[in-house]
Design a protein around this ligand. Structure first.
Ligand SMILES: *Cc1c(COP(=O)(O)O)cnc(C)c1O
Length: 421
């Protein structure tokens, strides 16, 4: 459910014609719908209404300050995976008491910043990290609240790059070691065990892997409690999938029902870390057709956005639906299979391959749908391309919530080195 829709063959975001924004702000750009973001958050949050819970929005999905601030205003906390994301969350007004810090490679500087901020808990991913957190907390006269991220070894049945809960993945602490690691943690003077954490992957389209993982986690919680540990928080991670093409992921209510069905009686505060499901279908990327050309084997539509702006098709071979911003643009003709490609000097630079599209011409606008999650946040400056603006629509108004980068931005902090003889 989202608020991008056609009105008289013209694509609108809420009440604003996408073409008008393109005319004023240039292309390419990311476009987020405030109403969609708000709706997604409320639906997800309400799905867990029967359970004491905290939604910690996973910042890496879309880290624009306006997006974080909107969720914070609706009561959200944040899941951060770097010092930079912690900085963003705090700057956007998220209460530190609602921030959890995940990630396999936390640096001492990042741990210090999180301790200083007073976050809710660290999701610890290795025995060594636990010792470092204990040491840094001790030096600062603090006690670090921790959960251990446990790897339950279940197959989330998603793309291998975004599977995280298999025993071969780098994430978390193996289930078989978890009790020993917890016993070690309980003996450390400067950490306090407050929870258990897991996150098994992203873009999951079934509830069964969640259920399997949580059954294992539940028996761990019971064991830890028998050892006298107070497990207040149960962080079940994120990962609920969305529809890009024809996937039929569970609705938030189905997901919540499955989760609560397994762990609802544990008397824990449930922490959920949704990313994609909140923002994925709340954002699109708008790009303009530069050229069309016919190769010997393929027809190409060359657009002004490339893999540096939206890498998901290149990186995961992901499907992103593409629609004309004005349906009459070429709608007269039959759809033909084309490759929609960017200007980057790589053959891996495509937004779609062998995709049936109505005929398009130089100057037409295309909307790349479902680009709100892992879109802008994965953008780079490759080929020295300034990153594109992020724009948010709210009703009949819009605001540029991140400016288009300039060439000066590209070289900020760089010098031409001069070597004295
Ligand atoms: C990426 C990530 C999430 C969010 O995953 P989605 O699939 O976007 O919901 C949640 N928790 C952790 C630890 C993550 O790394």
């Amino acid at each position: 459910m989202h608020y991008f829709h056609y009105q008289d063959d013209e694509l609108f975001c809420e009440e604003v014609p996408v073409r008008e924004i393109a005319a004023r702000e240039g292309t390419p750009f990311y476009l987020y719908s405030h109403r969609t973001l708000e709706r997604h958050f409320r639906v997800f949050d309400q799905a867990f209404a029967g359970q004491e819970h905290l939604v910690c929005y996973s910042v890496k999905a879309c880290s624009n300050l306006s997006v974080i601030a909107l969720f914070a205003s609706l009561g959200s906390g944040c899941d951060v995976v770097s010092g930079g994301e912690l900085f963003r969350a705090l700057k956007a007004g998220v209460s530190p008491a609602k921030i959890v810090f995940s990630g396999v490679g936390k640096t001492v500087t990042e741990i210090e910043a999180a301790l200083e901020a007073g976050i809710l808990m660290f999701n610890v991913e290795s025995a060594q990290e636990l010792l470092v957190i204990n040491e840094v907390a001790g030096q600062r006269g603090k006690t670090a609240p921790v959960a251990l991220r446990v790897n339950p070894d279940v197959d989330p049945q998603t793309h291998p790059y975004i599977s995280t809960g298999l025993s071969k993945n780098k994430f978390g602490i193996p289930m078989g070691e978890a009790v020993d690691r917890y016993l070690e943690a309980a003996r450390l003077p400067h950490v306090r065990v407050v929870g258990v954490d897991c996150h098994i992957g992203s873009q999951l389209t079934k509830v069964s892997p969640f259920r399997d993982a949580l059954q294992r986690i539940k028996s761990l919680v019971n064991t830890l409690r028998r050892y006298g540990m107070e497990i207040r928080y149960l962080d079940i991670g994120g990962g609920l999938g969305i529809t890009y093409e024809a996937e039929e992921p569970p609705q938030p209510a189905d997901y919540a029902r499955a989760v609560i069905g397994v762990v609802g009686d544990l008397d824990c505060v449930l922490i959920v870390e949704p990313g994609r499901v909140l923002v994925g279908n709340a954002g699109i990327m708008v790009t303009r057709v530069q050229y069309t050309k016919e190769g010997q084997q393929k027809k190409f539509v060359i657009v002004d956005a490339g893999m540096n702006d939206l890498v998901r098709p290149s990186l995961y071979n992901a499907y992103q639906h593409i629609m004309p911003v004005r349906k009459t643009d070429g709608a007269a003709g039959r759809a033909v299979a084309v490759d929609v490609v960017g200007p980057i000097c790589e053959s891996g630079d495509f937004l779609a391959q062998e995709r049936p599209l109505p005929p398009v011409q130089r100057g037409d606008l295309l909307a790349v749908m479902s680009a709100g999650a892992y879109g802008f946040t994965m953008a780079s400056n490759y080929n020295s391309r300034p990153r594109v603006p992020e724009i948010m629509v709210n009703g009949s108004r819009y605001q540029v919530v991140r400016q288009r980068e300039t060439y000066e931005d590209l070289v900020r902090g760089e010098i031409v080195a001069v070597w004295e003889k």
